[in-house]
Ligand binder design. Structure first.
Ligand SMILES: [Fe+2]
Length: 178
């Protein structure tokens, strides 16, 4: 959900009319659910444990565990459902910045995915590398400044929106007893 909100936010900040931005952000990691459903909770838990302590790219660890990564299986699933090709492209290439230049939606989503992971919203908790120059360069100027100057503020704002959509009420002041 954080990636969906960020994809939409980056598109808006960049004056990019992208009707599928939020949906692409929501669906880009659908392959993770497909892996969990296809291979079972135990194997997926083993994968999460291995991935959490490894510096190896996540997609490589998935290939070793499942013989396919979440990008490829996500693409196959979205194509099977006959959803727009933009969504399948997003699932396929969101971890491949070298594929982003020709596709603005993909670049927007890829940036959002990387930023949300850096801020701690990743599906698999693991050490996060700092944002690459490619990703920083692709961010709209105002968001790049916000992120570089105060990532905590961006994280807090994103947390507030995610919680609001999930119906989580912010903690109020402690109740006093009469
Ligand atoms: Fe992913």
């Amino acid at each position: 959900m954080a990636t969906a909100l960020l994809t939409e936010g980056i598109a808006a900040a960049d004056s990019f009319q992208c009707p599928v931005a939020y949906t692409a952000g929501l669906m880009h990691d659908i392959g993770r659910l497909a892996l969990m459903k296809s291979f079972g909770a135990k194997r997926y838990a083993d994968f999460v444990r291995a991935a959490g302590t490894s510096a190896q790219p996540l997609t490589e660890i998935e290939l070793e565990h499942f013989g396919i990564d979440h990008c490829k299986i996500g693409k196959l699933l979205l194509q099977h459902w006959r959803l727009p090709e933009d969504l399948a492209e997003a699932a396929t290439h969101h971890h491949s910045p070298e594929s982003w230049s020709a596709n603005r939606m993909l670049r927007t989503l890829g940036c959002a995915c990387a930023v949300s992971a850096t801020l701690g919203f990743a599906a698999v908790t693991r050490p996060q590398a700092p944002l690459s120059d490619i990703i920083l360069a692709a961010l709209p100027n105002n968001l790049r400044s916000q992120f570089l100057n105060s990532p905590e503020a961006v994280e807090a704002a994103l947390n507030e929106r995610v919680n609001s959509l999930q119906g989580v009420k912010p903690a109020g002041p402690p109740k006093t007893k009469n």
